[in-house]
Design a protein around this ligand. Structure first.
Ligand SMILES: [Zn+2]
Length: 500
């Protein structure tokens, strides 16, 4: 769909129907933080469950891990996050906005640019290759590196109090105060993890040995990660707190090329499986100068967002960088002994090596945005009175849909509510998310369930009590047919399985 308002429509529906709310909204909201409402919580869980199913349950070579969010601070020194995980930040001297230099609008260095300051139209020469994204000004502060990790303190310590004691009554320069402050804070400093990946490297040996796993094998993990993002963009596309789905696949050195190709195809196929427009997903190989310091090669799964193709998932060939870094910083040997391999150095059977790693790293919250955009549809039709009406529906894949089936008594009398309740309880007992709904006219109820993506509605009417049948309505076609109440559960289950 090339609807210029698509993003706004999806954001509006997400709030109206309980998918995504702004965090702390009654207090004016918190920048770049979001809450997932009743429908969003289900959609996110379903996306994560499908990922876990394809990564862990449907395979024998990948196992799960659920690690702590706060880890030993040395982890982040070894991984390079303390030194390198930062954005170049700049202040606009004209409008005071703080922004990321690498994301700012590009201009020709030395060219004359027009901008506005306090309502006045000005022109000036650009002495950098970018300008302020808010006002277009080339009057900018120096670039400073800003680390994206959230820093906090572990233990019953009050580092600020200790620091105050240390500084009281002393006359010091800003530089001296900064050095003392860093020194005081350092012993208690810990970080909220900026990615889930590191725990899988740090626990490589425990996981491998506890299950006697043989390379190639993978460790999968889902969970919250935290980044103090400066750039707020595109709703939940980039947020400070997000849900990751990462897998580290450990392979024999020399086989990483084939495994990278394998995982890029797997991951692209996974996204397409739940999409209405699989052609909106594509792979893009990173150019050499885009590669992270640990990566030998990398592909992004990109999606065609309303603002153009952009990143959805990265699949990186990380070499043996991570395990070697953690071996170096911890002093622990993180190599693997392969009894079946021939050692190329000695020609003998049995080879010790540090495995290479392929990492598909996905974001569940970003995938949720993608599937809302993919599912949003408007259809022109007529209401009951024959007047033109737009039908809004979310064509969510049935496996992702928050509610699988809505059970609707046509009217709130003549035993219809009781019959409907009985059907709902059958579904709930068998683990299929069903919803009883008798609120407002039947047409409005259909519309409401179209908007949250409920794939099927069962309507209990006068005929139900006579012949034990209900109508089954399909969300996408609105076609209706009668089925037996006694077969309703099996019918929906079959439809769900077929959609798989
Ligand atoms: Zn500005």
């Amino acid at each position: 769909m090339s609807d210029p308002d698509l993003m706004q429509k999806v954001i509006s529906l997400a709030k109206r129907r309980g998918f995504v709310f702004q965090s702390s909204e009654i207090y004016g909201g918190l920048k770049s933080c979001y809450d997932y409402g009743p429908m969003g919580a289900e959609l996110k869980r379903n996306i994560m469950a499908e990922w876990w199913r394809s990564m862990v349950y449907e395979r024998e070579d990948i196992v799960g891990l659920d690690a702590s969010i706060i880890m030993h601070p040395k982890v982040w020194q070894a991984s390079g996050h303390v030194a390198n995980f930062s954005d170049p930040l700049v202040d606009c001297l004209a409008c005071r906005v703080r922004f990321r230099a690498d994301k700012a609008p590009k201009v020709e260095k030395g060219s004359e640019v027009a901008y506005k300051k306090e309502g006045k139209a000005l022109r000036a020469t650009a002495n950098r290759s970018y300008v302020c994204p808010a006002c277009g000004s080339p009057e900018l502060s120096e670039e400073r590196r800003f680390n994206l990790m959230f820093r906090t303190f572990l233990g019953p310590v009050d580092p600020v109090g200790a620091l105050a004691d240390k500084l009281a009554g002393r006359s010091l320069s800003a530089q001296e105060i900064r050095e003392i402050a860093e020194g005081e804070l350092a012993p208690a400093t810990v970080y909220l993890r900026p990615e889930t990946a590191q725990a899988m490297f740090v626990q490589f040996e425990n996981v491998q040995q506890s299950l006697s796993l043989k390379v190639p094998f993978g460790i999968a993990q889902q969970g919250r990660s935290f980044r103090n993002e400066v750039t707020v963009e595109h709703f939940i596309f980039r947020s400070c707190e997000f849900e990751q789905m990462e897998m580290e696949f450990f392979v024999k050195p020399g086989t990483q090329k084939e495994w990278l190709a394998y995982w890029t195809e797997q991951r692209l196929g996974w996204y397409r499986r739940f999409s209405n427009r699989p052609e909106d997903f594509r792979l893009r190989q990173h150019a050499k100068d885009e590669l992270a310091h640990y990566a030998e090669d990398c592909y992004d799964v990109e999606y065609r967002y309303p603002w153009g193709y952009d990143e959805l998932e990265g699949i990186a060939s990380r070499t043996d960088y991570d395990l070697k870094q953690h071996a170096k910083f911890s002093g622990k040997d993180l190599s693997y002994f392969d009894p079946a391999e021939t050692d190329p150095a000695t020609g003998k059977v049995g080879r010790r090596y540090v495995p290479y790693v392929i990492e598909p790293a996905a974001g569940a919250t970003r995938a949720l945005l993608v599937y809302l955009l993919d599912a949003y549809c408007e259809e022109q039709g007529q209401d009951a009175k024959g007047e033109a009406k737009t039908r809004v529906l979310l064509k969510l894949h049935p496996r992702l849909a928050p509610i699988k089936v809505a059970v609707l008594p046509l009217v709130r009398k003549d035993g219809m509510p009781e019959a409907a309740r009985a059907i709902v309880s059958e579904f709930l007992k068998s683990g299929v998310k069903a919803k009883y709904d008798d609120n407002t006219a039947i047409g409005k109820r259909y519309a409401r369930h179209d908007e949250v993506g409920t794939p099927w509605c069962l309507t209990v009417d006068g005929q139900t009590l006579q012949d034990g049948t209900v109508t089954l309505r399909d969300r996408d076609t609105t076609a209706q047919r009668r089925i037996k109440v006694a077969e309703a559960r099996q019918t929906i289950q079959d439809l769900l399985n077929r959609a798989g």
